[in-house]
Design a protein around this ligand. Structure first.
Ligand SMILES: O=c1[nH]c(=O)c2ncn([C@@H]3O[C@H](COP(=O)(O)OP(=O)(O)OP(=O)(O)O)[C@@H](O)[C@H]3O)c2[nH]1
Ligand SMILES: [Mg+2]
Length: 197
């Protein structure tokens, strides 16, 4: 089985990716490399930021690295917060403040115009230089108030009309069934299968 380092400092992502990779890889994370410096995300797209993180961590650890850059694109906000999702309400990455700011930004927007999607770009980078880049999305609507306690980030506000629940009201198995992250990871596994790795 291959060994992979998850190039993320986000515990919510780490847990989901570890579950989704169970049986496919031995998974390490930046928790195993506490001295790894913070990586600046200077890209303008999710995939560009994921590439920066994967390349840095593959070089730093000498192991294949998997980076996830993700976020929320809200149609009524012309795609914001997008690549700035983690820092929407400020540099200190506060989920609660981000959610409050999102609700404030959409206060005047009626339900039918609150469509949004989560986007997840995954970049897998081998120390020998090979890389695989995939993306997955999850469509929903921004609710008028937070609901549910599972998941992380904007999950309490991301309402999935087909399920009549927010992502935070789903179990981790249910979220992993429909999430942007699981769809991207499925594509990565298919690419691994094609390349025989
Ligand atoms: O409700 C959510 N459910 C999700 O499934 C999800 N996936 C991403 N996000 C949001 O988007 C930011 C990513 O920013 P991001 O990719 O830069 O990650 P990050 O800075 O938190 O960690 P790192 O991986 O860069 O170390 C995160 O902080 C979250 O606010 C999510 N919110
Ligand atoms: Mg980040």
């Amino acid at each position: 089985m291959k060994s992979i380092v998850l190039a993320t400092t986000n515990e919510g992502k780490r847990k989901e990716l570890e579950t989704l990779l169970a049986g496919a890889a031995t998974v390490y994370s930046l928790r195993d490399y506490p001295d790894c410096p913070e990586i600046e995300e200077t890209g303008e797209t999710f995939v560009a930021n994921a590439r920066i993180k994967a390349e840095y961590v593959a070089e730093y650890t000498g192991l294949p690295a998997l980076a996830d850059d993700s976020g929320l694109a809200v149609d009524a906000l012309e795609g914001a917060p997008g690549v700035y999702s983690a820092r929407f309400a400020g540099e200190n990455k506060d989920d609660e403040k981000n959610n409050e700011k999102l609700l404030r930004s959409l206060a005047e927007v009626p339900r039918e115009e609150r469509t949004a999607r989560f986007i997840c770009a995954l970049v897998y980078k081998d120390p020998n230089g090979d890389s695989i880049e995939v993306e997955g999305t999850c469509e929903g609507e921004i609710a008028s108030e937070p609901k549910g306690t599972n998941g992380f980030g904007y999950d309490p506000l991301m309402y999935i009309p087909e399920l009549q629940k927010t992502l935070a009201e789903l179990s981790s198995e249910e979220k992993n069934h429909i999430s942007h992250r699981s769809k991207a990871l499925q594509k990565l596994k298919e690419a691994w299968g094609r390349s025989g790795s």
